[in-house]
Design a protein around this ligand. Structure first.
Ligand code: CO
Length: 217
């Protein structure tokens, strides 16, 4: 049997198992979704969002990309964020990175001439590295430097989320969502929290939207 055929077979077994355990499971899900969480994670196959938090279909709205980045000019990220916040009215955004991330490692290396497109995605990580260069370079091993940038990137992405008009408008009008930055350990399967931003978090004025002025206009 081909590897992809195994997937189709596994799907059939999974569907039957779910039906047997809960006869209305799919009919109920087909009616609509009301997830409480938006997950922005790394594409790495070892960090499957629902599996590591034992979530069921319908519980988490998911966006994954290389090194769990929220890029303010990327319509893919932004569309997911806008739909999750404004339509699904999610209560929490979780940015989840992981130690030993290949994207972070690549960002700390020279640009690969064969990956001209990927380099551009990694460029944002190089900018974050430059902000914390002194702290990162002081660490003795490559592993520690990579893992520190993994953490700083998660914190940075949580803040970038708070800088978007979508999140600031939702904080101003609905006092949600909370933003969480979590890091996952590939070697122990555990999540740890690095940052939590509440809807009343003071945002750097440089990134603030001025809703008072907007209302007066
Ligand atoms: Co990764």
């Amino acid at each position: 049997m081909k590897s992809y055929e195994k997937l189709l077979l596994a799907n059939k077994a999974w569907s039957q198992e779910k039906q047997a355990a809960d006869p209305g499971f799919f009919e109920q899900l087909a009616l609509g979704q009301k997830p409480e969480f938006l997950w922005i994670g790394c594409s790495d196959s070892r960090v499957p969002a629902e599996i590591i938090v034992n979530a069921k279909p319908g519980e988490i709205f998911i966006h994954r990309n290389i090194a769990n980045q929220m890029i303010a000019t990327d319509f893919n990220c932004l569309s997911v964020l806008q739909y999750a916040v404004d339509v699904l009215q999610i209560k929490h955004i979780i940015v989840c990175g992981h130690y030993n991330c290949g994207g972070i490692k690549a960002a700390l290396s020279k640009q690969s001439p064969s990956l001209v497109i990927t380099n551009k995605w990694l460029m944002h990580l190089k900018h974050i590295y430059r902000l914390y260069k002194n702290e990162i370079d002081a660490l003795p091993t490559e592993e520690e430097r990579v893992n520190r940038l993994v953490e700083l990137n998660i914190i940075e992405q949580a803040q970038i989320l708070a800088h978007t008009s979508i999140v600031q408008a939702a904080w101003h009008r609905h006092e949600r969502p909370m933003i969480h930055g979590w890091v996952y350990g590939l070697s122990d399967g555990l999540l740890n929290s690095l940052i939590t931003l509440h809807p009343d978090t003071e945002i750097d004025p440089l990134y603030q939207y001025d809703f008072q002025t907007e209302a007066a206009l």
